[in-house]
Design a protein around this ligand. Sequence first.
Ligand code: C2E
Ligand code: MG
Ligand code: MG
Ligand code: MG
Length: 286
Amino acid sequence: AAKGDGRGVYRFYSSDMHADAEDRRQLEEDLRDALASDALHLVYQPVVSSVTEQITGYEALLRWQHPRRGMIAPDIFIPIAEDTGLIAQIGDWVIRTACRDAAQWVETTRVAVNVSPIQFANPGFPSTVMNALATSQLAPGRLELEITESVFLSDNADTDAMFARLKALGVRLALDDFGTGYSSLGYLKKAPFDKIKIDQSFVRGAAIKGNRNSAIIKAIVSLAEALGMDTTAEGAETHDELELIRQLGCSHVQGYVYGRPIGAAEVLERQLNAGTLATVEGFKSS
Ligand code: C2E
Ligand code: MG
Ligand code: MG
Ligand code: MG
């Protein structure tokens, strides 16, 4: 993967652009070729401890370098991959690649991978995870799977069993985009999450006086703490937001305030040169 390619280069073709039917059919076709032609790659966004400012891990984010259209955002092509069933192959590739990359990093660094509800509903999914761990030799505790509330839409025994099987592998589970879904709080009682990720829509503007988001973040943090779960605030862009997130007691933070996502090689390079402290010169300036 190319270096520094997480930067806002795909604004040209982003989620606020509506893909019409013709476009979409073409994209579907192109997506089938993308895996084979090496057009997909991962970039990594640091997850930083609010207390120590150490990078505790990286979230893997998928990118598609389209031969004619340039960089396409996952918000555009993941739904297409889900509709066409291609998400199974793409999701496998993401997990294998993220585990392989993370196995090269210092041992204190985790990797987080986004899991589509379609992958989660596949009974073969735990085997995919197990194989990726075995092949890469990554310790299971260094892999965190990010799942959204939408997996609870089909609240049944299969969902419970899937959580149990994944936990049994020793991986960590995170609830992504918390607060934006359809669900009740009921599932927090039984689903064995290690972390709640507070959606960036709550973080954005939270530092502005009189904004109600900070009250919501505070409530989520106490809920998570009572349940023994970590919290990551997503999408912190300003130092004011960072400061507030710390005050509200979120254990971790992600966001452009620490720079844009970077390629796997650059993660390695930074670990060699600067260790895992997020505040070193270079991270914030990127
Ligand atoms: P997500 O998992 O909630 O990931 C966070 C998104 O917020 C990423 O967008 C990230 O680049 C962006 N972000 C992080 N910090 C900031 C910030 O400070 N400000 C702003 N404005 N944005 C920030 P991205 O990479 O475009 O991914 C969008 C979504 O696509 C992800 O949301 C995730 O749901 C999905 N996705 C990405 N990679 C994968 C993948 O490998 N598999 C699956 N199934 N979904 C993926
Ligand atoms: Mg995520
Ligand atoms: Mg999220
Ligand atoms: Mg999201």
